[in-house]
Design a protein around this ligand. Structure first.
Ligand SMILES: O=C(CO)[C@@H](O)[C@H](O)COP(=O)(O)O
Ligand SMILES: [Fe+2]
Length: 226
């Protein structure tokens, strides 16, 4: 498999009042990416952070900011997030069935990595055209909980989607998000996920560095045996 493991702590579980130092702590503990959950109350029943927070954090770190857009109108956020310093821009297919080609093109033109996410109830076949397009997405985020909140239970039945994607697209970045931690990582890694988002399991651990290292080792081991 030609894809690199990426461990992305979800900053949703961090102390928002100390975001810059929480980000520095995660990077020091071995994180590759920082996962930023941008939620608006229409697509999900929660309200979290937006463009000003990304802009503020960017002043304190050069890290890859992996932005997960849980908003109904992601196109409106491409230019503001580019200016704010986002690195990855992952939108939900459920919000963008009609305009994803324009969205992907604008994300790429803005120098960000385009990704597409799907809710647990969305069939994986819906995102094949986005991966096979002339101007494709470079990451697929398979939600392993209903989007909206951290700290939920991992849905192992979502691994069929990950397996299908990995069989079909050996070099695609496949991200899993929701309920990942020491007890669920082997299931996700052996199905073929290489980008791992983890919030409560990392921030809730006495030694986050140990959890990050365990997540990475599980992905590396699965890649060696596949
Ligand atoms: O996008 C989401 C939730 O909608 C996630 O990124 C969560 O923030 C992950 O948190 P844990 O399940 O790992 O606690
Ligand atoms: Fe997320």
């Amino acid at each position: 498999m030609g894809v690199t493991p990426k461990i992305a702590p979800s900053m949703l579980s961090s102390d928002f009042a100390n975001l810059a130092s929480e980000a520095a702590r995660m990077l020091n503990d071995g994180a590759d990416w920082l996962h930023m959950d941008i939620m608006g109350r229409h697509f999900v029943p929660n309200l979290t952070i937006g463009v000003p927070v990304i802009q503020s954090l960017r002043k304190h770190t050069k890290a890859y900011l992996d932005c997960h857009l849980m908003v109904t109108n992601p196109l409106d956020y491409v230019e503001p997030l580019r200016k704010a310093g986002a690195s990855g821009f992952t939108f939900h297919i459920e919000t963008s069935k009609d305009n994803w080609p324009e969205l992907v093109q604008r994300i790429k033109s803005g120098g960000m990595m385009p990704g597409v996410a799907l809710r647990p109830g969305t069939p994986v076949e819906e995102i094949y055209p986005l991966v096979e397009a002339e101007n494709p997405v470079e990451l697929v985020l398979v939600m392993t909980v209903e989007p909206g909140f951290g700290g939920q239970k991992f849905m192992p039945e979502m691994m069929d989607k990950v397996r299908l994607l990995r069989q079909k697209y050996p070099s695609l970045n496949i991200e899993v998000d929701g309920g990942l931690g020491p007890s669920t990582i082997d299931t996700a890694a052996s199905a073929g996920a290489n980008c791992i988002v983890a919030g409560s399991s990392v921030f809730g651990a006495p030694e986050p560095a140990q959890v990050i290292s365990l997540l990475r080792k599980s992905v590396e081991k699965a890649q060696q045996t596949s």
